[in-house]
Design a protein around this ligand. Structure first.
Ligand SMILES: Cc1ncc(C[n+]2csc(CCOP(=O)(O)OP(=O)(O)O)c2C)c(N)n1
Ligand SMILES: [Mg+2]
Length: 361
């Protein structure tokens, strides 16, 4: 039997002769984005960021309850633990000018974009008043009016769509930017890298945001990723990357400032890896046997984004009473959304076949 070549021999094998084409320009003098600082929020800004994160937390808790009661059907992926990412980033965008696209864990991003909790909750319960008329459910929500383009169930599929949205902004010259969120699991999808290539080649105004919540369903990022420092994933496309504490809303906002400035000024895409964590199962039907309760508890105790913001608020002089008042108002807002979503009518039977095809372009 022929012996396979030893590694030493194969290393000595001469490299194949290259065709005589002019070499590509060397990758020198690449400008790098500034290292972001924590955002210096005014007291009011901090209160607003806190309120938005709390709204997402309480909304998602309520969605979990309604799911348990059988009022929400199909899949339902909660954003609990990751609130600082969507809130910090989207607070730096302009609704109606910029575009956002994400995967199936989308309720938080919609709330952070100022979309009415009533229409989101009604979509979850399949009611006609829902944002997709009750026919999309948790994973398929859109609001073109807000520049929110979903809500996608196919892992990674939103990334090329985000590049398309960025192309549209560049083509129209409207000054808008696109933000495409995806997970640590999605970061191993081939189509992500096709989108990276085109985005850098065409200098598209897009912020790629990897929400690294440590798990893709039940697989940890270290088990599934050869390069688990995900902010480096754009390097071979010359896309600069930054790794950010995604449990600190001011760190996220600080990174958003740098990223928005970078892409709006025509420098092409940027990649942000947000280190974050989800407290609940992958979806409502996940028993989460791949990690210990202690692990989850320890993140809750040490790194919770809402508790983090509370400490900042205390430093800024916001009193316990003010925080209690915000909590009360947010709970009332969520209760109102849930009542509305439970009592408003389902779509008419005649709606069964509408909105399937777009008839005119
Ligand atoms: C193309 C494709 N493959 C597999 C799935 C099944 N699936 C749904 S979510 C998921 C894990 C994705 O994890 P990650 O990107 O880290 O996002 P997270 O759920 O943590 O937000 C998988 C494999 C799918 N929906 N689409
Ligand atoms: Mg993940």
């Amino acid at each position: 039997m022929a012996k396979p070549p030893s590694p030493a021999r194969s290393r000595k094998t001469p490299a194949p002769k290259r065709a005589s084409r002019s070499p590509a320009p060397p990758a020198t003098n690449r400008e790098r984005p500034d290292e972001p600082d924590r955002y210096k929020a005014s007291k009011q800004e901090l209160v607003d960021l806190y309120r938005q994160m709390l709204l997402i937390r309480r909304f998602e808790e309520k969605a979990g309850q309604l799911y348990g009661l059988g009022l929400i059907g199909g899949f339902c992926h909660l954003y609990i633990g990751q609130e600082a990412v969507a809130v910090g980033l989207q607070s730096a965008l302009t609704v109606g000018k910029d575009s956002v696209v994400t995967g199936y864990r989308d309720h938080g991003h919609m709330l952070a974009y100022g979309i009415d909790p009533k229409v989101i909750m009604s979509e979850l319960t399949g009611r006609a008043a829902g944002i997709s008329r009750g026919k999309g459910g948790s994973m398929h929500m859109f609001s073109v009016e807000h520049g929110f383009y979903g809500g996608h169930g196919i892992v990674g599929a939103q990334v090329p769509i985000g590049a398309g949205l960025a192309f549209k902004h560049k083509y129209a010259g409207d000054g808008g930017v696109s933000v495409a969120y995806f997970g640590d699991g999605a970061a191993n999808q081939g189509q992500v890298y096709e989108a990276f290539n085109m985005a850098e080649l065409w200098k598209l105004p897009i912020i790629f945001v990897i929400e690294n919540n440590q798990y893709a369903m039940g697989t940890s990022v270290n088990r599934a990723s050869a390069e688990d420092q995900l902010y480096r994933r754009g390097e071979s496309f010359r896309i600069p990357g930054l790794q950010i504490d995604g449990m600190d809303v001011l760190a996220v906002r600080g990174a958003a400032e740098v990223a928005v400035e970078w892409v709006r000024s025509g420098k092409g895409p940027i990649l942000l890896e947000m280190k974050t964590y989800r407290y609940r199962g992958h979806s409502m039907s996940d028993p989460a046997k791949y990690r210990s309760r202690e692990e989850v508890q320890s993140v809750r105790e040490k790194s919770d984004p809402i508790e983090h913001a509370k400490r900042d608020l205390a430093e800024a002089g916001v009193s316990e009473d003010e925080l209690k008042q915000i909590e009360k108002e947010v709970r009332a807002q969520v209760a109102e959304a849930a009542d509305f979503a439970e009592t408003s009518p389902e779509p008419e039977l005649s709606e069964l076949h509408t909105d399937v095809l777009v008839e005119r372009y």
